[in-house]
Design a protein around this ligand. Structure first.
Ligand code: ATP
Ligand code: MG
Length: 321
């Protein structure tokens, strides 16, 4: 069990969007979890299940519909201007698409220096310069790169620039929204390794969103599985892989490639039947009930709560417990 202090606490968080004519799209619908200091929590789930919305609402980039998010005990959605400014120095983001998230015509130096300037972290130009070069060095870039425009860089290099920018203000918390999805597989591992190294060195707390379970396993201490706006399972990475309890997690894991061909052949691949239901009109009971191979009568009527069925292992399923 993690006995370090709780850094981020999310209670029953809901984020709804209007879908016109009194219709409501429930992107995040009653999600709760905590992240401890220095911990990396991964969130996985299919496209559209609400990962980005959840992450952005957690760091106050989006207003919430209901529930509560606290960062070090402070309500993220009820901060004064001054508190908000301090918060943006402590909490940084790295986004999925390094092509879209960085201005291609800006110089690398200015991108990395921006946070240092906003938060007045350097006492002189010389100090700013030293800080920027140190940050570039940390992510595997050099002084020669600093004066070039972003459009001259590859995807992997751009993501390194994005990481240097995020680290410039010496944050405590990183929200990474699929930071490797847009990159080549060979580059993905490099970026993951870099993030893991920096996380250790700086004792960062991370919320790490991913599609891909195989990559998220390496970087996460614990993993939360989302399905259609709900958190359906939450436990340590090792436990999730060894002992998945939710039928949806089981199906997700069965699709992850394994290196050992014999183990790979032995494993049964579970095909999910049915379509992902619409978050505009989600099923009344368990949101996964329409695609679940173990579905019972109760499942389509009553929504299962996320419960701790084994120490540190939470699952929202009527079949468990
Ligand atoms: N600004 C918005 N207005 C209305 N609906 C939105 C908005 N942003 C997201 N949604 C909807 O909310 C749901 C969750 O979207 P979200 O982007 O959080 O999913 P995601 O899990 O991050 O998906 P992906 O893996 O594709 O990034 C989707 O149905 C999406 O269409
Ligand atoms: Mg997303």
């Amino acid at each position: 069990m993690n006995n370090r202090p709780v850094e981020l606490e999310v209670n029953n968080l809901c984020k709804y969007y209007s879908a016109g004519k009194k219709r409501v799209l429930k992107a995040v619908d009653g999600v709760s979890f905590v992240i401890h200091k220095g911990e990396t929590l991964g969130i996985v789930g299919e496209s559209g299940c609400g990962k980005t919305t959840c992450g952005k609402t957690c760091i106050g980039m989006l207003p919430k519909t209901a529930g509560e998010v606290k960062y070090k005990g402070r309500d993220v959605h009820a901060m004064s201007k001054k508190e908000r400014f301090d918060f943006t120095g402590k909490v940084q983001m790295i986004f999925q698409d390094p092509y879209a998230s960085l201005d291609p015509h800006q110089k690398v130096y200015d991108i990395v220096a921006e946070g240092i300037r906003i938060h007045k972290l350097a006492k002189s130009t010389a100090e700013e310069e030293r800080m920027v070069l140190e940050l570039l060095d940390m992510v595997g870039l050099n002084a020669e790169h600093a004066m070039r425009n972003v459009h001259e860089f590859s995807g992997g290099q751009r993501q390194r620039i994005g990481i240097a920018r995020a680290l410039a203000v010496d944050p405590e918390f990183l929200f990474c929204d699929e930071p490797i999805s847009a990159l080549d597989v060979s580059i993905q591992a490099q970026i993951i390794n870099l993030l893991m190294k920096l996380q250790k060195e700086r004792d960062l707390t991370m919320l790490f969103i991913a599609h891909d379970l195989s990559m998220v396993k390496h970087i996460s201490d614990r993993i939360g599985v989302m399905y259609l706006g709900n958190m359906v399972e939450l436990t340590t990475s090792a436990e999730l892989y060894k002992n998945p309890l939710h039928p949806y997690t089981e199906a997700l894991l069965s699709a992850v490639p394994i290196a050992d061909p014999r183990a790979s052949r032995a494993r049964q691949k579970i095909m999910l039947t049915g379509d992902v239901p619409s978050p505009v009109n989600p099923p009344a009971g368990c949101r996964f009930s329409g695609r679940c191979r173990y579905v019972t009568d109760q499942c389509s009527k009553v929504r299962p709560e996320l419960r701790e069925v084994e120490p540190g292992h939470w699952v929202a399923c009527h079949l468990r417990g």
